[in-house]
Design a protein around this ligand. Sequence first.
Ligand SMILES: C[S@@+](CC[C@H](N)C(=O)[O-])C[C@H]1O[C@@H](n2cnc3c(N)ncnc32)[C@H](O)[C@@H]1O
Length: 274
Amino acid sequence: MLTYKALDLTSISNIEKPSPFEMTLPYHDYQFSRRLYKLNHDWGIPTEKEIIFIDSYLKEKPSKVLDIACGGGRHALGLAQMDHLVTGIDIGGYPIKMAIRLARMKSLIAEFIRGDIKVLNFDSIFDLAFFICGQMAHFSPEENKIIFQKAAKALKSNGILIIHLNKFGEDDCVNHNRWYQELKPLYWKNPSLVHREQYFFENDRVKLIRDFAIDSVTQENALYGISEKEYTCEEVMELAEINGLQLIEKYGCYDKSSLSSESRNRIFVFRKGQ
Ligand SMILES: C[S@@+](CC[C@H](N)C(=O)[O-])C[C@H]1O[C@@H](n2cnc3c(N)ncnc32)[C@H](O)[C@@H]1O
């Protein structure tokens, strides 16, 4: 049973509704990145299918591959195991440390860099880059303009860019708020009490989650927020086209089944022009 000292919550009830992309999670904070990594480990996303999909666009071994927002490197390491030369970039100190450690343990050659993907600085180096697991949706259209530009520049001519987004479900498109207990805490060291508000901005097709989290032991508390945009196919294609990337294939799943308006996964494959 968690206990909380009497807290004055009038301060949170007076906070104005935020705007889309006004807040971001503290991905750069080492302890936050450690807790996020440990929580993500439980997700059980089918890494192998994703690796096989990515490898199917690589004609030569080794090919040079860029994993954008690589986390703990589960895709990068899988591709390194297939003899590709992979560079993974992530802003989180802990996932990068774990990726380097795993590469050493498995005697794999892979490069992991801690950095912000908005300041990537590669020029015509990679045969393929991928930005998957829906992470693009957490960046605003302005940020994605920069990310696409940097990713396109990092590719050799004829290089491939793979993007994976998710379609919103019914729960994403509503406003609600509730209190809950985080027994595996993300924001603080100890189990926390969280007041979660979800806002849906229909015209921007953006969902914003704002959490007010209180540590049950230290009583530290703060507001955190994350946005997610449901980019349309046209918006993704426009971001790609202005950077010289042509759509070559699109799928509804990593098994290459076709993309329909019902598909929860939306995978786009682009090729950089000459
Ligand atoms: C949901 S995780 C996915 C990680 C990895 N792609 C995977 O599938 O295991 C999202 C990752 O994006 C990273 N991230 C968020 N913003 C970033 C930024 N501006 N630059 C680099 N990495 C970022 C986070 O640190 C986190 O590891």
